[in-house]
Ligand binder design. Structure first.
Ligand SMILES: [Zn+2]
Length: 102
């Protein structure tokens, strides 16, 4: 349901963005509208490029105490976490890149 509402919000957002670009092109200049259209097409590619090149970041926040103290008890096993702050243990919880955070 929440994902559905988020998707619906994005539909209206993109319709508003497209309408805004058309409004700018009609009101001011079609060159500015063209530049905005090109920007609207390039921004998703720039987003993918930035996400690809940005370094991965592990989430070390503990689900019980909230402190960034999670680590893997066995670095060879990708599943399982231990919190150094409160002693929270979950042998089945998976968090990516925990080994790389230390
Ligand atoms: Zn904790």
């Amino acid at each position: 349901m929440r994902t559905y509402l988020r998707g619906l919000l994005m539909v209206f957002t993109w319709i508003a963005v497209a309408g805004g670009v058309v409004w700018v092109a009609v009101k001011w200049s079609s060159a500015i509208g063209g530049v905005l259209c090109v920007a609207a097409m390039l921004i998703p590619f720039a987003y993918i490029l930035v996400c690809t090149l940005y370094p991965s970041w592990g989430d070390t926040k503990c689900p019980r105490c909230g402190k960034p103290a999670l680590r893997r008890p066995d670095s060879a096993n990708p599943v399982g976490v231990v919190c150094d702050a409160c002693g929270y243990e979950d042998p089945e919880l998976y968090r990516a890149y925990l080994n790389e955070m230390r």
